[in-house]
Ligand binder design. Sequence first.
Ligand code: APR
Ligand code: PHB
Length: 397
Amino acid sequence: MHEGRHCVKTQVAIIGAGPSGLLLSQRLHLAGVETVVLERHSRDHVLSRIRAGVLEQGLADMLRAAGVGDRMDAEGEIHDGCEIAFEDNRLRIDFAELTGGKTVMVYGQTEVTRDLYKARDAMGGTIIHNAENVALHDVDSDSPYVTYEKDGETHRLDCEFIAGCDGFHGPSRKAIPADRLKVFEKVYPFGWLGILSETPPVSEELIYSGHPRGFALCSLRSRVLSRYYVQVPADEKVDNWSDDRFWEELKSRLPSDVAADLVTGPSIEKSIAPLRSFVAEPLRYGRMFLVGDAGHIVPPTGAKGLNLAASDVFYLSNALIDYYRADDETGIEHYAEKALRRIWLAERFSWWMTTLLHKFDEEAFDVRVKRAELDHLVHSRAAQTALAENYVGLPYD
Ligand code: APR
Ligand code: PHB
């Protein structure tokens, strides 16, 4: 024991209590593997973040298996299709019919996080909030540890593995030496301005709309809560957007029959999110693993962020469980490779859907090619199937 330090030991130290860290902790705990979760913010702060709300079946099934699916099944909505709109055209993509019955669950990420917290509490899981200056040590040795400060004291957490579930800005990725880390990145010259409003959604299904004025998305959280987005320049400020201006811009980018049905009202949240594609390789360094946003980011078109975090958690939890139950290191050895394969497939899909539907400062040739791509989508069942199978989620292996 170091002087002035409080030492604790666990099997897997998890940094970050977002959906990745909480779901990993829950799955490991159910299999008898000990975890301690360290979170920089308070629980209220974690639960105030509004993120996308489309869950692939793989994630919905994982939540059920982890004992966290009841409220999702009661309050979430199963969607068996979505719409792609461009100017006055509307194309329905019938997921169920094109993929042999697969669907997605529309249920907010914030609610998933809330349910995970409840389950961790019920099982006596350890989540330490307001942990400051979290630092990773000796990650390439057999005895890594994490230090952090809380209430003015320094603490040390000894562990056998570290799961870096600390999002894009967390310290875990930085623990990989610069000469070992390769990053692949694309920053788009625009963001999404989103609002949440207590109004009935304009459509029962999501509408992704590509328009010469820019992209727009009609989404929802429930029958009385809508979520809408419009593409804006990357340096745009929320303060420039009154609710009226937002509604007018949204209407101008939707097919006229949809715009006519739109019910507007005061926004209860309004914010701008940048769009980025990012992958860090490798996802493992010694005894540390990157999971979720810590290792990769997708633009929100296609709603893959949370779903990719979930497949990482699936691979890593299974790998660690095999290690602890059967002394089998195969899963650990293959974690990065397996996770990255699925990540790159989702990167490709999110980049494709973003490129297809957003307005870029592009050459006339590219605009015509995108128009042809939409034409192909409308007339080719194969093209629709490709969209549908990616949207509902590619298999986990
Ligand atoms: N120390 C401890 N915790 C940290 C630190 C740190 N230095 N830095 C960040 N964190 C915490 C954040 O406060 C946050 O609660 O890590 C958590 C990371 O959560 P998310 O950013 O939500 O990332 P993740 O859990 O991987 O979720 C995947 O799905 O829809 C997408 O991008 C969206 O958040 C989403 C993601
Ligand atoms: C959302 O509801 O916030 C949402 C839905 C689908 C997306 C992105 C965001 O592709």
